[in-house]
Write a protein that binds this ligand. Sequence first.
Ligand code: BDR
Ligand code: CA
Length: 307
Amino acid sequence: MRKIIIDTDCGFDDALSMLLAFGSPLAEVIAFTTVHGNTSVANATANTLKVLDLVNKDVPVYPGCAKPLVTEPHYAAYVHGEDGLGDAGIPVSKRLPEKKHAAQALVDLASANPGEIELIAIGPLTNLAVAQSLDPELPDKFASLTIMGGAVYAKGNINITAEFNIYVDAEAARAVFERWPMVRILSWEMTMDHLFTKENLERFFALNTPKSRFMHDTNQIILGFVRKMFDKEFLFPSDELAVACAIDPSLITKKETHYLSVETGGIQSRGLTYVDWWDRSGKTANAEIILDLDQERFVQMMEDGLR
Ligand code: BDR
Ligand code: CA
């Protein structure tokens, strides 16, 4: 069974990705680390604890960085709600977060279990950047790193060319890509090509379990946003896709390995993830870019997590 740590800015799709992980027999979640992003780090921590109530599991939650390395936080209340969970009134958990900082926890857990833990980052990469500054050997101590982030064809969702998680802390993302020997990337474009369709949503909501009702209630703001923007009913399962691929890489049916980094300057290009698709730069490949996956099995994994 894979031991995983999820670094999260716990918005509604982060929460669903946690349900997916807890529903899988292939993974054991050994810790969560939280970070600013979709919402404040305080909300991200509180939301992760709420998910633990829902699945009735005790997993340590380590609160991390409240701000990006250089810039100010950039929350996304317009899709995630003020509380990050769609302002659905999910009760506050009585569980308590750990006292240790997320970055230190990443260092300590990886050092105590070298080569054993798969790290999955589904928010801005600030905690990872700080952790690798604390321990430069850190990237070699994790079994793998999977990131939900990047717009590999520059079809962004936060500005024209960049994806949210990378844009929000571009300096941290760049530091991570420069330091980790290999990072698995689940991009925004993959998300756009692997939606939860109206039929999928009907199937999930029909389960009518506490977890599927949680999904229904926490996703109303984003569903309204999607309806207004696209005149359709669907969800973008970005974090769910990343977690599914990390837990079960056999889902991945097409991938390419290339050099990738992040533009930290510019106005339209800040946060752009540029990929050396033709390997012309002579730089060592550092990113395994997921290009397709088994959608049916992925949807089934989500359904398993909602039962
Ligand atoms: C990413 O940003 C957040 O809104 C989601 O949780 C996901 O991690 C998508 O760009
Ligand atoms: Ca996220």
